[in-house]
Design a protein around this ligand. Structure first.
Ligand SMILES: NC(=O)c1ccc[n+]([C@@H]2O[C@H](COP(=O)([O-])OP(=O)(O)OC[C@H]3O[C@@H](n4cnc5c(N)ncnc54)[C@H](O)[C@@H]3O)[C@@H](O)[C@H]2O)c1
Length: 282
């Protein structure tokens, strides 16, 4: 299989939220291809367990673990220093750490701060700490930021999480524009948008994967396939929602503005039939 040019044996991937779920699945895949990996996450013991899981699948893999709270810029700058001290080069940066729940527009102020701190400031911190030094390497590299469909169609329920992930979409779009406008730059940015994926974040105590959810490894399969093609938006389906349904949900959401409908009209009783008809249209 052809990969994004940054994915090369011997080069390094730095993954935040790397001790679990989608981040850990990515780390296993990079290590399996002969890359060195740095896992950043909150808890040293969980990081150790994740590193053990990687080396038991890929004996001899070089795995560095760094406890780091991505919401704190000084910790992310120290993470960058550790990565360059260990590898001298970063081929892949995955700003992937995420948390929830947040809350509705006017509740759980403390959770709003935490969710925006991790999900949005964590990505901003990663972009600020790493981008210039990665560009200066002069070689192929990629920065993958993990967003969410909740940051695109913004369903009611957890406005704080939606705001954080909408911000991730916007900074990643701006980053990709800046990268492609930088002469000679061989770094690309990508917005990874998982569908419903069975991880600690979504399991809610369930051990078994619900039929509708994907495994994290399926998200990583699609990440590899789509970054190899040079795609920016990597919108993952799951076992319940197809790409065609997502495409129409995105178009309907944009239509709220273009057609002067109320916001989030998909969830307004008055638009049920119109939305159903829109979904059914070719
Ligand atoms: N699972 C899904 O259905 C789904 C859907 C859309 C988007 N996402 C996003 O995917 C990303 C990965 O989540 P996951 O589903 O693998 O969940 P997960 O809980 O398995 O992994 C998230 C990791 O981030 C770490 N983390 C949390 N706060 C941190 C902080 N301040 N600093 C460093 N690490 C921190 C957690 O400890 C955890 O290991 C998140 O950004 C999440 O919002 C997940």
């Amino acid at each position: 299989m052809r990969h994004h040019p940054a994915i090369q044996p011997g080069r390094a991937a730095v993954i935040t939220g790397g001790a679990s779920g989608i981040g850990l699945a990515a780390a296993k895949r990079f290590a399996g291809l002969g890359m060195k990996v740095l896992l950043a996450d909150l808890d040293a013991r969980e990081l150790d367990a994740a590193a053990g899981a990687i080396t038991s699948e890929s004996p001899g893999a070089e795995v560095v673990t760094v406890p780091c709270d991505v919401s704190k810029i000084e910790e992310v700058r120290a993470l960058k220093d550790r990565a360059y001290a260990a590898f001298g080069d970063v081929a892949v940066l995955m700003n992937n750490a995420g948390t929830g729940p947040g809350g509705g527009p006017f509740d759980h102020y403390d959770r709003w701060q935490r969710v925006l701190g991790v999900n949005l400031w964590g990505v901003i911190n990663g972009v600020h700490a790493f981008s210039e030094v990665i560009i200066a390497q002069g070689n192929a590299a990629m920065i993958v930021n993990t967003g969410s469909k909740q940051g695109i169609t913004c369903p009611p329920g957890d406005t704080a999480y939606n705001v954080s992930k909408a911000g991730v979409k916007v900074i990643t779009e701006g980053l990709q524009h800046a990268l492609r406008s930088t002469p000679g730059c061989k770094v690309t940015a990508h917005l990874l948008v998982p569908g419903w994926t069975h991880t600690k974040l979504t399991a809610g105590g369930r051990a078994e994967k619900p039929a509708g959810a994907w495994w994290p490894e399926q998200v990583i399969d699609l990440l590899f396939e789509r970054t190899a093609r040079g795609d920016f938006y990597i919108i993952c389906p799951d076992n319940e929602v197809s790409w065609e349904t997502d495409r129409k949900r995105v178009l309907w959401g944009a239509g709220d503005i273009a057609e002067n409908r109320p916001p989030l009209s998909r969830w307004h009783g008055g638009y049920d039939e119109a939305f159903k008809a829109f979904l059914a249209k070719d």
